[in-house]
Ligand binder design. Sequence first.
Ligand code: AMP
Ligand code: TRP
Length: 331
Amino acid sequence: MTRIFSGIKPTGHMTLGNYLGALRRWVETDQHRADALFSVVDLHALTVEHDPARVRRLSRQAATLMLAAGLDPERCTLFVQSHVDEHARLSYLLECTAADGELRRMIQYKEKSTRAQAAGEGVRLSLLTYPVLMAADILAYGTDEVPVGDDQTQHVELTRDLAVRFNQRYGHTFTVPKATRPPVAARVMDLQDPDSKMGKSHESGAGIVYLLDEADLVRKKIMRAVTDSGREVEYDPEGRPGLANLLEILAACTEGNPVELAGVYESYGALKRDTADAVVELLKPVRARHAALAADAGYVDEVLRKGADRARGMARPRVDAAYAAIGLLPR
Ligand code: AMP
Ligand code: TRP
């Protein structure tokens, strides 16, 4: 059976980008067709300045939202990364497989380290090594497929390179995984700044739809989305990114096609209204289930405990095999 692994970092409140780019597909297809693991990858939240209480709160909230969105603990394994030691254990071996230069080339590292420096914050060493930990997350489980949004493609490529290199040097140990992306909305853009990704940790929330935003606020954010001064509605991601973003969001919500949808609309206003309605409808059940689940922290904790037990059992033998293959004496 195909093995799937993916994760979400608890660095901020979950966004529509997380939902359309990743979570929704995990729920609707991945957990039904494969042996799937989904993780709140909390160790990754420590790579930038963080507040311990906030990371703790966001980790539980992320797990609750993943369940609210429809991940079913009977069908998939849902767990918190730091509850399974094998990730960090394997990460070190992969640090001994990766080269300094290939990590410095990662786009996210370049962007985030530049931003941290500009803000007068130090750049944590873990920000540089973060893709290696991500590779460990994936390789520990013999993962075949990694369903992610566009921004993670480069990290999955690195993971493939490390798997191939390790296998060549030390004998076949790891499955070489591949990234899979959603057909539309693989990169949802910020509504106020359609040239950049809708990301959790943006300073201003005006261009970001959070999954737990009230319906009125979601409407307001979408109605105020930045477009352009044109009149015709056409799908042109390069030339008219704001408009294309709305068309992609609407297409993703309605299982439509952005090019065809562009032909349906005469005005930006009508497109925005329908997009706002579609997003509000899509998120309504998630919000309702989140409210119910958030009232039952015991249930969520129990799901996470069982998930971690199962994940540990799956990762341990492969990580032990990697320790032996690389030349460490078995215990
Ligand atoms: P992160 O929030 O960075 O941990 O991302 C969790 C998942 O959501 C990853 O698969 C990302 O690729 C995906 N994702 C995050 N932001 C977006 C976005 N704006 N558009 C599409 N996918 C996204
Ligand atoms: N790096 C991913 C992100 O920023 C999160 C992540 C960590 C992940 N480990 C993973 C995604 C393993 C897929 C598989 O979105």
